[in-house]
Write a protein of this length. Structure first.
Length: 309
């Protein structure tokens, strides 16, 4: 079955370990060979800047990851196509799959909208406003202050609205989340789980999930064991519990998956890399119809992806 995964940190791994091969490295959760074999139709590749990168070179680091994306993923594989919108996704042939660029946290742009617009012109189609801490846009999920969008943050969201870019609320503190619900035209949560099942600062409450669904946003259930159960070991059944909960809130046609592969150290039992996605598919098919599973795996996100201006 087709898969649309909304979040991975493979580009960060390729930046930090430049001898690592995207083709088949055992050190990666996502490799070309695994994505080629597992039914991947669209994979979102995040630009994530680690905390220890000096602020003065964070934008340069983002550009280096963009270069890796174009050279090692797109240019090196003729069947992998850059995807900026729904139409390009629909135009893929049966032998092609799509790669999307996303930004995880606006630390890379500092307080410069020109840097944001540059990344959008280079192909970024989803922007997460923060990582876990504070930046010039807003406070993250683990920032004790818990502040909402700054004046600059509202300017960033306006640019995302103007360009029909997804505004990713994963990693935001709750006040910033609600600010986004007021102004973002294309909100999503690329990799967040349900706080009702696993209370965690990175997970969303039922009230938040319901608000996101009402705004026609989509939500990617992530494979981080700590966000699934709070235990170092989690199973595919634990992932399904979060899917079921979002469905119970009315999100059957808006829920999918954002694995966070290559951004995590602990993995789900039986789902430790992209090549094991079929284990999740088999479990889904035991509980849901093939049409519902196609929605969770691919169609829900494909239908929500806006075409850029």
């Amino acid at each position: 079955m087709r898969i649309f995964d909304l979040h991975c940190d493979t580009l960060m791994q390729l930046l930090l370990n430049q001898e690592t091969s995207f083709e088949n490295s055992p050190n990666l959760h996502n490799t070309y060979e695994q994505l080629q074999e597992n039914g991947m139709k669209a994979q979102a590749f995040a630009l994530y800047i680690p905390d220890d990168v000096h602020p003065d070179v964070r934008f340069e680091a983002a550009l280096q990851m963009v270069d890796i994306f174009y050279e090692k993923i797109l240019a090196a594989h003729s069947n992998v196509k850059l995807i900026k919108g729904k139409q390009e996704l629909q135009n893929l042939t049966s032998h092609q799959w799509g790669a999307l660029l996303t930004l995880e946290g606006c630390e890379a742009i500092g307080q410069d909208l020109t840097k944001l617009r540059t990344l959008l012109r280079l192909g970024v189609r989803s922007v997460g406003l923060t990582w876990n801490h504070a930046n010039a846009v807003a406070d993250g999920a683990k920032e004790p202050r818990g502040a909402g969008l700054s004046t600059f943050g509202y300017q960033v969201v306006n640019v995302l609205n103007e360009t029909k870019t997804w505004c990713d609320v994963s990693h935001l503190c709750e006040r910033a989340f609600w600010d986004c619900m007021e102004v973002a035209q294309f909100p999503i949560a690329s990799h967040s789980n349900c706080a009702a099942i696993r209370p965690h600062a990175r997970n969303l409450s039922d009230k938040q999930i319901t608000a996101l669904l009402k705004r026609q946003g989509v939500m990617g259930i992530t494979f981080v064991p700590d966000f699934l159960t709070g235990e170092p070991v989690a199973t595919v059944d634990d992932i399904l519990r979060h899917v079921e909960h979002v469905c119970a809130l009315g999100g059957e046609h808006q829920v999918g998956f954002g694995s966070d592969f290559d951004g995590i150290t602990e993995t789900v039992k039986g789902l430790s890399k992209a090549g094991e996605y079929p284990n999740l598919i088999d479990a889904l098919l035991q509980r849901y119809s093939a049409d519902q599973v196609d929605g969770f795996l691919y169609r829900n996100f494909a239908n929500a992806l806006p075409d850029p201006v």
